[in-house]
Design a protein around this ligand. Structure first.
Ligand SMILES: Cc1ncc(COP(=O)(O)O)c(C=O)c1O
Length: 443
């Protein structure tokens, strides 16, 4: 595969100076060295609280009349550098970094919906997200309706599932684990016809391969634990907003009406360019506290600096692994949209000029036992519950990440006992293929 650099990703220059992705991932959020010390790296501001100039100054910051730090549960300057950088990379107006991808998803839903409301989601999701939507979220009175993107009329099904109480449409850019794709442009039109935002989990694509906000999405969520951190060290989750959605359209009183917990302040007025993140930080983070540690924010910033380099190598290796597995006699159903017979191949050609990530599934001939034998026999690949690390990873989804799903839900998501999920890393391709080959020989 020949890599096209980011000039060829639709969207071209990414910031007002015309700088490209690779430059922004190194500089946005810290344009000049730390003014206090000259430190080139973003410092870790390990402090819980901040000294105000005066009581009046404190009151202005508390009431959001002026920007400023109050307390570590709400803001931190290491975290802010990350937020500015990911905002620039995704092409949004603001971002909020929180403790995990799961927290980012929960906050996103809770920022939009209240008891009695619902969301409409694709069935093809990370198992934890599916579990939250199907089982935990309803305890707060918010329900989910699911649409199978494999249905050839899925856009119509999304349209028909939205009712007067629906507060968002939720999908993953590249579905976990089967790497299915969804027409984000078309789905955003469906959501907008109903006056609700499209939320896209962009964890598997990263802004380097696809930027949902350029295709009509209003909110992007990502598990920063995966490609962004990239080294399997810390958890984090991020929400980025486009700044374009009209939260004053009558469906979202939490943004357009006076907030009783903030002396009657209206988020659409106080933060017109980023009301979504402002409210999430000021209300949800303030009251429920899934904040990121400054140390973790620093580690995630280090990850961002090499995001494009790692993703390029991982995609390059994945292309070769997919070709190897697709022609191996002991495998079947390699689920990657780069393959011409994959249902997502048309969208792959349209949306992914630089490849569709490094996480995908396939079936091992020999059923559940064959799949387990294969996974247990790998030596270079680590058997663990994570993806998108620089090291190659493997898991048996039916027995682990998706084990809380019912048989029916597993079938809907295309996960069988024989299904294996790989996350291809940055090792030398010859070593990766050799490991896969010796494990398949043992099946
Ligand atoms: C696509 C996707 N979204 C969200 C999450 C949750 O992220 P975290 O593990 O950081 O809470 C995961 C975790 O695997 C994921 O794969």
């Amino acid at each position: 595969m020949t890599f096209k650099n980011s000039e060829n990703i639709p969207g071209g220059p990414r910031n007002k100076e015309g700088r490209r992705f690779e430059t922004i991932q190194l500089h946005a959020g810290q344009e000049s060295p730390d003014p206090a010390t000259g430190a080139r790296a973003v410092p870790i501001y390990l402090t819980t609280s901040y000294v105000f100039d005066s009581c009046d100054d404190a009151a202005d910051i508390f009431m959001l009349r002026k920007p400023g730090n109050i307390y570590g549960r709400l803001t931190n300057d290491t975290q802010s550098a990350f937020e500015k950088r990911i905002t620039a990379l995704e092409g949004g107006s603001d971002a909020l970094l929180v403790a995990s991808g799961a927290a980012a998803i929960m906050y996103t839903v809770q920022n939009l919906a209240s008891a009695g409301d619902n969301i409409v989601s694709a069935t093809t999701l990370y198992g934890g997200t599916h579990n939250y939507f199907a089982n935990t979220m309803p305890h707060c009175g918010i329900t989910a309706k699911f649409v199978d993107p494999a249905d050839k009329n899925y856009l119509k099904k999304f349209d028909e599932s939205i009712d007067g109480k629906t507060k968002c449409v939720f999908v993953e850019t590249i579905g976990n684990p089967n790497a299915n794709l969804i027409d984000i442009d078309a789905l955003s039109e469906v959501a907008h016809r109903h006056g609700i935002p499209l939320v896209v989990d962009n964890t598997f694509a990263t802004p380097y391969l696809f930027r949902p906000l350029e295709h009509g999405a209003d909110i992007v969520v990502e598990s920063a634990t995966k490609f962004i951190g990239g080294h399997g060290t810390v958890l984090g989750g991020v929400v980025i907003e486009s700044g374009k959605f009209d939260y004053a359209n009558g469906k979202f009183p939490g943004f357009s009406e006076p907030d009783p917990s903030y002396n009657g302040l209206k988020f659409v007025s106080v933060a017109p360019e980023a009301p979504f993140c402002a409210r999430m930080r000021a209300i949800l983070l303030r009251d429920t506290g899934a904040c990121i540690s400054p140390v973790n924010a620093f580690v995630l910033l280090q990850g961002l600096e090499t995001l494009s380099l790692r993703v390029e190598r991982q995609v390059e290796n994945t292309v070769k692994v997919v070709e190897f597995l697709n022609s191996h006699p002991k495998t079947e159903n390699v689920n990657h949209p780069m393959l011409p017979d994959n249902p997502g191949h048309g969208l792959y050609n349209r949306y992914f000029p630089n490849g569709a990530g490094s996480i995908f599934t396939f079936d091992v001939k020999g059923g559940r036992e064959g799949a387990k034998k294969f996974a247990d026999s790998l030596k270079l690949f680590s058997l663990l519950a994570n993806v998108a690390d620089v090291k190659s990873l493997v898991i048996h989804p039916a027995g682990t990440t998706h084990s809380q799903l019912s048989e029916k839900e597993l079938t809907e998501q295309g996960i069988k006992g024989s299904t294996i999920r790989l996350s291809v890393g940055c090792e030398h391709i010859d070593d990766i293929i050799a490991d896969l080959k010796q494990a398949l020989d043992k099946v």
